[in-house]
Write a protein that binds this ligand. Structure first.
Ligand code: GLU
Length: 311
């Protein structure tokens, strides 16, 4: 069966050929809302691929955005995970980005000392107003690169992005090639309110936790090249293996975000629904099953043996 037939296929042969000897992956939700069906689909991919690869799964809360994350969401996510039965290897210990400030400060200091960063006083609005913004995301042309700005309140920190193409292998998308200097330019590692950015925190965490198999939604795939580059600047030797899976959005045409709280897993759990029914629905919405039928977490790898996910 050709891979092109399916939007949701995992290339298992590629997994065998490219998998690191001791694979470590992670599920890394941001507690800025309740888990929804999209997260559940992502968790299913993580645990199915980990099962086939023999990988460890780590749970990490990406709560770097201090303004938007809430403890009540965190608790609901933990309860949802326990209810679903997708138990990570570090359970019940969870890595929280909010507890890693000291480590981030140290890494930022190292980058600064090695000349990889600079202070930037431009706001997002300033950058958006620049004339030559033609790509899908904002390209920062390095306006503050040579100003030598002191890093203080109201000043962000950017990475001096190098020219060149970043490459990696993706179990679902094939070979990925990206040129960060043309996509985003010098990207923010810390914003002007003092928040470490997603790109910075995720790279430091993956490096520190030995994560070498990154399974996540295709919505963040455009960040892969810049994350590879930052990882290398921080001394990463091996390129991780990736799987950027399709979203429920792709297969149903339905916009599913954390804002659609009606879809929140918590609601289904509290209503007394069976976890296997909800998981089956998520797989179906993600294009992995022909019809929604119950799937238990410990059978997840078998559910991925259906034609839609196998090539
Ligand atoms: N925290 C991100 C999310 O919730 C995960 C991104 C990643 O896995 O790199 O979408």
């Amino acid at each position: 069966m050709g891979c092109s037939k399916s939007r949701a296929s995992v290339h298992w042969q590629r997994l065998k050929a490219a998998c690191p000897a001791t694979p470590v992956t992670r599920f890394a939700p941001s507690p800025t809302g309740y888990l929804h069906m999209g997260h559940l689909l992502s968790m299913a991919y993580v645990f199915a691929i980990a099962d086939v690869a023999g990988a460890k799964v780590l749970l990490r809360f990406e709560d770097h955005d201090r303004q938007r994350c809430r403890k009540e969401y965190e608790q609901a996510i933990l309860d949802d995970i326990a209810w679903l039965g997708f138990i990570p290897d570090n359970w019940p210990y969870v890595v929280r980005q909010s507890e890693r400030g000291e480590r981030y400060r140290q890494v930022m200091g190292q980058l600064r000392q090695e000349g990889y960063t600079y202070g930037c006083s431009c706001s997002r609005k300033d950058v958006a107003a620049l004339e030559d913004q033609v790509g899908e995301e904002l390209l920062y042309p390095g306006l503050c690169r040579d100003k030598g700005l002191e890093v203080k309140e109201g000043v962000g920190i950017r990475l001096r992005v190098a020219q060149g193409t970043e490459r990696c292998i993706d179990l679902m998308q094939g070979a990925i090639e990206q040129v960060p200097a043309q996509q985003c330019g010098d990207f923010l590692l810390q914003d002007n309110r003092g928040n470490y950015t997603y790109n910075f925190a995720v790279v430091v965490d993956d490096l520190d936790q030995g994560v070498n198999l990154i399974i996540r939604g295709k919505d963040v795939m455009h960040c892969t090249g810049r994350q590879l580059q930052l990882g290398r600047f921080l001394g990463r030797q091996e390129t991780p293996l990736f799987a950027h899976h399709s979203l429920i959005y792709d297969t149903t045409g339905m916009k599913l975000s954390k804002r659609s709280l009606s879809e929140g897993i918590i609601k289904r759990r509290l209503a007394g629904d069976a976890a296997a029914d909800v998981l089956g629905e998520a797989l179906w919405l993600g294009g992995l099953l022909e019809a929604p039928y119950p799937v238990k977490a410990h059978d997840i790898a078998a559910a991925f043996r259906f034609p839609n996910s196998f090539c």
